[in-house]
Write a protein that binds this ligand. Structure first.
Ligand code: PLP
Length: 382
């Protein structure tokens, strides 16, 4: 097929039958090493840190879904972000979206900064601020859109345009939208990053991360980090992601429908303030969301006023589980200040707007009427 549509790609990219047996699912190659065919000659694989056939397939699938030239699978989303910055050098300048995933800030502030790499957090929703922040030693602009948990968008095309004019690469953390709802490379991004733990795997049963590149140099660079640093995705996790990808489009459709229904319900509730969901007309970047995304997803956050009220709310929920993470089939609710953003100081949280009353929802694929009823009864307890 010359130009398959997206759902077709999700089922088939990288998932052709096994050439040896015809198995319709990609076999899990549980092997550390491979028999060589001679001195410096192999069947394409020699040691699983450098490459494993199951990993090759998931890497092909991810590259196809994002429209890149190469995919690289890592042990977690954080291992992927680490690989993204591993080849920066002392004296380089890195610009990162403010109110980025808490783990990303932890990696940058507590580890990468000590390597002599200058890290600057910029409100990347403000394109002029990004332009002003670029310096001669800026090597990378890393953006997350929408951000976790405040759902702030960055105009990917606009940031790429100014970055490229100054010879700077742009990487986009596309975890919240998944490749089904947002294609950063089509908007100009050089590198896409994912925590496959979330929507790509989709079933809350495995950790993983990925980088998708657009240039042959990216392939060399990320393969080097895989081989040299070793933070690769295990064959079994590769299998889980391959399986998850097959239903990605279907799942995202339901996530989206449920996310909208929940956001609309919450928008009518007096106890809920600062409801952040890009699908609502009241979201300040609703138009940008319509332009650069193919949907609004199922992540949202809102404020209940205090940590105590959040405690009561989470305790009263029956269907939504009080748990970190997102993107699985089951609905989750979490208190951002003490979970995903606990690594930030109270002062840094206040600066980006992560208040003690903030609740984040990852809306799953259950019946939306049940989800709304659960939220309604839990709000009564607040
Ligand atoms: C979860 C997450 C990460 C980190 O991924 P892990 O798989 O947990 O290491 C990075 N970015 C975003 C937006 C995430 O949601």
């Amino acid at each position: 097929m010359s130009n398959p549509k997206y759902a077709t790609l999700a089922v088939h990219a990288g998932q052709q039958p096994d050439p040896l047996t015809g198995a319709v699912n990609v076999p899990v190659y549980l092997t550390s090493t491979f028999e060589l065919t001679g001195i410096e000659s192999s069947r394409g694989y020699d040691y699983s840190r450098a490459g494993n056939p199951t990993r090759t397939r998931v890497e092909e699938a991810l590259a196809a879904l994002e429209g890149g030239v190469c995919g690289h699978a890592f042990a977690s989303g954080m291992a992927a972000i680490y690989a993204l910055v591993a080849t920066l050098r002392a004296g380089d300048h890195l610009i990162c979206s403010a109110n980025v995933y808490g783990g990303t800030a932890r990696l940058f502030n507590l580890i990468i900064q000590h390597y002599g790499i200058e890290i600057e957090y910029v409100d990347t929703a403000n394109v002029d601020a990004v332009n002003a922040a670029i310096k001669p030693n800026t090597k990378l602009i890393h953006i997350e859109t929408p951000t976790n948990p405040l759902m702030v968008l960055t105009d990917i095309a606009a940031v790429c345009e100014i970055a490229h004019a100054k010879g700077v690469e742009v990487s986009v953390d596309n975890t919240f939208m998944s490749p089904a709802l947002q294609s950063p490379i089509a908007l100009g991004a050089d590198i896409v990053m994912h925590s496959t733990t979330k929507f790509l795997n989709g079933h809350s049963d495995g950790l993983g991360g990925a980088l998708i590149g657009t240039k042959p140099e990216h392939k060399d660079r990320f393969l080097l980090v895989q081989k040299a640093a070793g933070g690769i995705m295990s064959p079994f996790e590769c299998f889980l992601v391959l399986r998850g990808i097959k239903t990605l489009v279907l799942r995202m459709r339901q996530h989206e429908e449920n996310g909208r229904a929940v956001a609309e319900f919450l928008s009518t509730q007096g106890k809920v303030s600062r409801l952040n969901y890009p699908g609502l007309k009241s979201h300040p970047q609703h138009e940008l969301a319509k332009k650069q995304q193919r949907g609004f997803g199922s992540m949202l956050s809102f404020d209940l006023g205090s940590r105590e009220k959040v405690g009561k709310f989470l305790g009263a929920l029956k269907l939504f589980l009080n748990a970190e993470s997102l993107g699985g089939v089951e609905s989750l609710a979490s208190h951002s200040a003490t979970t995903t953003h606990a690594a930030l100081s109270a002062e840094d949280r206040a600066k980006v707007g992560i208040t003690d009353g903030l609740v984040r929802l990852s809306v799953g694929i259950e019946d939306k009427e049940d989800l709304v009823a659960d939220l309604e009864q839990a709000l009564k307890a607040v």
